[in-house]
Design a protein around this ligand. Structure first.
Ligand code: HEC
Length: 149
């Protein structure tokens, strides 16, 4: 009985994945050489790691550190580090724009975090939350539209 149930659940999960992911994946495929793909995904994992560090810094009330991580790893200052000028030619223009919009959102977050470090007020914290949200929305704007494999 337990086995039959497990099997049923597994079969349903399989079906759901097969239907769901194919039918709903209307992201545009962006083709680039394998090495570039790997490079891009490495950057992406570092983006997520940077967010982890930013949230840890915020929890520890180290707003200045959060600002520095955001600017250096995600913001406009991070473009060279990510070899953006080599990657950009492989991306359609709207994807490049989504990338720039994201880096700008990260730089805005960094400015707001610097301000919280000085002000330490409820209002400044509210702005911090809003700009953190804007930055993550900008990650997902791109994720919703493009894939590389
Ligand atoms: C300009 C577009 C763009 C922006 C902005 C962007 N990403 Fe990505 N990201 C991608 C693409 C394209 C992929 C590959 C998706 C695929 O092929 O399925 C990806 C993949 C990833 C992956 C998977 C990495 C792996 O090893 O498979 C992670 C994690 C990720 N992104 C995190 C982030 C985070 C966090 C942010 C924001 C802080 C972000 N990304 C911003 C385009 C973007």
């Amino acid at each position: 009985m337990r086995n039959a149930l497990t099997l049923g659940v597994a079969a349903f999960a399989l079906l759901a994945t097969a239907n769901g992911s194919r039918a709903e994946d209307d992201r545009q495929l962006v083709e680039m050489p394998e090495m570039m793909q790997q490079h891009m995904l490495t950057n992406m994992r570092d983006h997520l790691k940077a967010l982890e560090e930013i949230l840890a810094d915020i929890s520890a009330e180290k707003y200045d550190d959060a600002a520095n991580v955001a600017e250096e790893r995600l913001g406009m200052s991070s473009l060279e580090r990510h070899h953006a000028s080599h990657m950009a030619p492989y991306m359609p223009k709207p994807m490049q724009d989504a990338g720039i919009a994201f880096h700008r959102a990260a730089s805005r977050f960094a400015i707001v975090a610097k301000n919280v470090d000085v002000e330490r007020s409820y209002d400044a914290m509210k702005q911090l939350n809003a700009s953190l949200s804007d930055m993550i929305v900008a990650c997902n704007v791109c994720h919703a539209s493009y894939r590389i494999h």
